[in-house]
Design a protein around this ligand. Structure first.
Ligand code: 13P
Length: 247
């Protein structure tokens, strides 16, 4: 399947920075079209600007979260139909920073993923164990439990994306070993096939956590690694495109 390289810009940059980053990604991808599909997820205030700048350029744009309700009295929140309305096609859900900072549990992520599907957005559902859970030998159990609790029934039919992001590898420069990544991606694949049958084989499973140009090739070559969800390195267009070029 065609790999997906997704950039999670998190809460970084100004309007000017994000416009420049989108333009640099657009130019780079136009000059050297990568084998991978590209997705960028800017902060909400800049999403529409980036979506307009990338319209028709073959680079998808996504939100970093959405509310479970389509509208209502939810101050500060953004709905899935709003994201769709301003040009998003994807939405990251259940990122460990949301799970940790906003107390989002699997049930909350499931409700958001249902909302994304209802709005016609592709959910990119994040799972991943803490360092303590990995050291206790529980990584696989934690991750398959999160999948069971967070993925809606319509996930596979909508081409949903799973992102495996070990919490301890995010922004730390540390990554699991290649064997560890392959093992847990294999377990995620098995769980997707058990839940969704043959459709589960066609779903992308991204690796995220300290992906950079220097380690991308080795990680992206692993079985059942169908792309990457990139944080810090996605803020530098050349690095993001180098990662996409490593597929
Ligand atoms: P880093 O690539 O900065 O480790 O972030 C990963 C991440 O959280 C992407 O969602």
């Amino acid at each position: 399947m065609r790999p997906l390289i997704a950039g999670n810009w998190k809460m970084h940059g100004t309007l000017r920075d994000c416009a420049a980053l989108a333009e640099a990604v657009r130019q780079g991808a136009a000059a050297t079209p990568p084998a991978a599909e590209l997705l960028v997820c800017p902060p909400f205030p800049y999403l529409q600007l980036v979506a307009v700048a990338l319209l028709g350029q073959g680079i998808a744009v996504g939100g970093q979260d959405c509310h479970a309700a389509p509208k209502g009295a939810h101050t500060g929140d953004v709905s899935a139909p709003m994201l769709k309305d301003v040009g998003a096609t994807h939405v990251i859900l259940g990122h460990s920073e949301r799970r940790a900072n906003h107390g989002e549990d699997d049930a909350a992520v499931l409700a958001k993923a249902e909302a994304a599907l209802a709005a016609g957005l592709v959910p990119v559902v994040c799972v991943g164990e803490s360092e303590a859970e990995r050291l206790a030998g529980d990584a696989e159990k934690v991750v398959t439990g999160q999948l069971a609790g967070s993925l809606p029934d319509g996930f596979a039919a909508a081409g949903g994306v799973v992102a495996y992001e070990p919490v301890w590898a995010i922004g730390t420069g540390r990554t699991p070993t290649e064997a560890e990544i392959a093992a847990i991606h294999g377990a995620i694949r098995a769980s997707l096939v058990a839940r969704f049958g043959e459709q589960g084989r066609a779903l992308r499973i991204l690796y995220g956590g300290s992906v950079k140009p220097s380690n991308a090739k080795a990680i992206l070559a692993l079985p059942d690694v169908d792309g990457a969800l990139v944080g810090g390195a996605s803020l530098v267009a050349a690095d993001f495109l180098a990662i996409a070029g490593a597929c």
